[in-house]
Design a protein around this ligand. Structure first.
Ligand SMILES: Cc1cc2nc3c(=O)[nH]c(=O)nc-3n(C[C@H](O)[C@H](O)[C@H](O)COP(=O)(O)OP(=O)(O)OC[C@H]3O[C@@H](n4cnc5c(N)ncnc54)[C@H](O)[C@@H]3O)c2cc1C
Length: 235
């Protein structure tokens, strides 16, 4: 059976950084109910055999308006993201969804460790907004790497959340060697130093495969089973 699709109108577009845009979409036929961490599939009118399907995670939890907030970076020579960067208020796009299993376990019985690189933060930001709307009893740590300070989207928001919530720990890291200070570490080094051999945490990892896979291996080598961590890969 064909998946149900519908049109959505672009309500707003804004820059989150020089290379990342946020887009607010209003589905025109039916509200899309989703869990934080899920994504929608955009059917873009580009490529040799359109539509080109591209997945984008929601950056904000479901709201009464039914609007979907997406955030994406421009991939060099990337057909889908370059097309998205041309879209403006009033344009329309076909989409379907929601999809995905990158959601917080319910019930939550362990401390959470989120690990993201660059726009891999998008579904995690959505999850965090929902989690801290009624602060959880567990500790939550976010280890988040970006190419540069200006490309570390939502950094101010996470800094403010860490100042306000005792159980939210924010560990940002800048990956660009020129900009980073001498002590700057990779996300994997931070994970090893903070969590070492701890088994009583639930890791959730998001980004490109080259980033996610070694981290997943790190945890599986320490005895984590598949169901004891979650990951989302963009490629
Ligand atoms: C479940 C899921 C959720 C996703 N959520 C988001 C999201 O919230 N925000 C977002 O920006 N992207 C997200 N993506 C990636 C997105 O679907 C596209 O793959 C991305 O925009 C590149 O598409 P493209 O057609 O421009 O380039 P392509 O030609 O398809 O990709 C070129 C190469 O770029 C790399 N790549 C893929 N995604 C990215 C990226 N985001 N940044 C840098 N390099 C990338 C891959 O190695 C890929 O081989 C998600 C992907 C999946 C599978």
């Amino acid at each position: 059976m064909a998946e149900p699709t519908q049109e959505a109108a672009v309500l707003r577009v804004r820059l989150l950084s020089p290379s990342v845009r946020e887009m607010v979409l209003a589905p025109l036929e039916q509200k899309i109910s989703f869990k934080p961490g899920q994504w929608v599939s955009l059917k873009l009118p580009v490529g040799e055999h359109p539509p080109l399907n591209r997945a984008y995670s929601m950056a904000e939890p479901e709201s009464a308006s039914g609007h979907l907030v997406l955030a994406f970076d421009r991939v060099s020579h990337g057909l889908g993201s370059e097309y998205l960067f041309t879209m403006k208020e009033g344009n329309r796009v076909v989409l379907s969804g929601p999809y995905g299993h990158f959601v917080v376990p319910d019930p939550l019985t362990k401390d959470l460790v989120f690990i993201a690189r660059y726009t891999g933060i998008v579904p995690i930001r959505c999850v965090l907004k929902q989690l801290f709307s009624t602060p959880p009893f567990r500790d939550v740590t976010l280890i988040y790497g970006g190419p540069s300070r200006t490309e570390l989207i939502y950094h101010d928001e996470f800094t403010a959340l860490a100042a306000a919530q005792r159980n939210f720990h924010y560990v940002p890291t800048i990956l660009n060697r020129q900009e980073a200070d001498r002590e700057s570490r990779s996300e994997a080094e931070i994970v090893a130093s903070l969590f070492g051999n701890r088994r009583d945490v639930f890791p959730m990892i998001c980004g490109l495969k080259a980033f996610v896979r070694p981290l997943r291996t790190y945890f599986t080598e320490r005895g984590f089973e598949r169901r004891e961590l979650r990951h989302e890969t963009y490629d």
